[in-house]
Design a protein around this ligand. Structure first.
Ligand code: C2E
Ligand code: MG
Ligand code: MG
Length: 289
């Protein structure tokens, strides 16, 4: 049924042996994913975000699964399954808690201009107990929300807009910063964007990639940057891979960047080593000792 649904509405598919195999593999993976958290197989990687001079201004927390047989799996291999099965809710809260604990360890209160972002799915965002659970984790870990950003996708605005705005305001009242991830790729309505109390706009990597071509890539990026500025939002370009893209983005007045040019997602230890080499930040001494 899902195979047919994936092909679009009003579709049908005949049974085939390979569908059975794929379904069986999904069932095995689901079973393993249910146990992955308790077996410490999930890990959080950190990808640096940098300013115009290359100084680190934060990082995005990105999930990986160290599968005992399949090796290190990227989120694309298991997040869709986690979303289908509802496991995503617990997994994301686990990621959020890991990040809170880590922030508590590495950042002193004297540090300014530094944030770690966590991805939150629309499924999670719409759960009735989501805000309560986020608040409970902040209290439990005593992490300073000043250093934490949530990356949401455009799909949060599908449905009742007033409820969405109310929830976003509740998150902001907790002291968190809110970003719109992959901007321009999904359900983007400019009138909604203007109403949503968001702080950061992330330019999707597909637009950054299009800067290289002779297409209208530059015009789109320029427009998104102007839009963010007009709405008094911060803006960041993701998926920056080449020096040429970086130079062009700087010329277009983009202030923050994320991408392989500056660093791939790293383990917490490797990211901390990178941070220590970056003189503008002083991680808390207790972690280094
Ligand atoms: P995203 O949130 O848009 O994260 C950015 C993705 O782009 C990451 O892929 C990152 O490794 C990749 N990336 C960064 N710079 C470059 C670059 O220069 N070139 C290229 N080609 N790619 C770059 P990753 O880690 O595979 O994550 C993919 C997606 O999985 C994320 O997209 C996010 O939507 C999702 N994801 C990751 N962790 C979580 C999580 O904890 N919860 C949820 N709901 N989703 C997550
Ligand atoms: Mg993201
Ligand atoms: Mg993104």
């Amino acid at each position: 049924m899902y195979y047919a649904k994936n092909e679009g509405p009003g579709n049908f598919k005949f049974y085939a042996q390979n569908l059975n195999e794929a379904a069986l593999e999904n069932i095995t993976l689901e079973h393993e994913l249910r146990n992955a958290m308790s077996r410490n197989e999930l890990i959080v990687y950190y990808q640096p975000k940098v300013g115009v001079t290359g100084q680190i201004v934060g990082a995005e927390a990105l999930l990986r699964w160290r599968h005992p047989l399949r090796g290190l799996l990227p989120p694309g291999k298991f997040i869709p399954l986690a979303e289908q099965t509802g496991l995503i809710a617990d997994i994301e809260l686990w990621v959020f808690e890991q990040v809170c604990r880590w922030i508590q360890l590495i950042v002193t209160n004297s540090v300014r201009n530094f944030r770690i972002s966590v991805n939150i799915s629309a499924i999670q965002f719409k759960r009735p107990d989501f805000i309560e659970k986020i608040a409970a984790i902040l209290t439990k870990t005593r992490a300073n929300p000043f250093y934490i950003e949530l990356e949401l996708t455009e799909s949060i605005s599908i449905g009742d807009i007033d409820t969405t705005i109310h929830r976003l305001n509740q998150l902001k009242n907790l002291g968190l910063t809110l970003a719109m991830d992959d901007f321009g790729t999904g359900f983007s309505s400019l009138s909604y964007l203007e109403k949503l109390p968001l702080d950061v706009l992330k330019i999707d990597q597909s637009f950054v990639r299009a800067l290289d071509s002779k297409s209208n890539g530059q015009a789109i990026v320029q427009t998104i940057i102007a839009l963010a500025k007009g709405l008094e939002m911060e803006v960041i370009a993701e998926g920056v891979e080449t020096q040429a893209q970086f130079e062009l983005l700087k010329r277009l007045q983009c202030p923050v960047f994320q991408g392989y040019l500056f660093g791939k997602p790293l383990t917490d230890e490797d990211f901390l080593t990178m941070l220590l080499k970056n003189s503008s930040l002083l991680p808390a001494a207790k972690y280094i000792a």
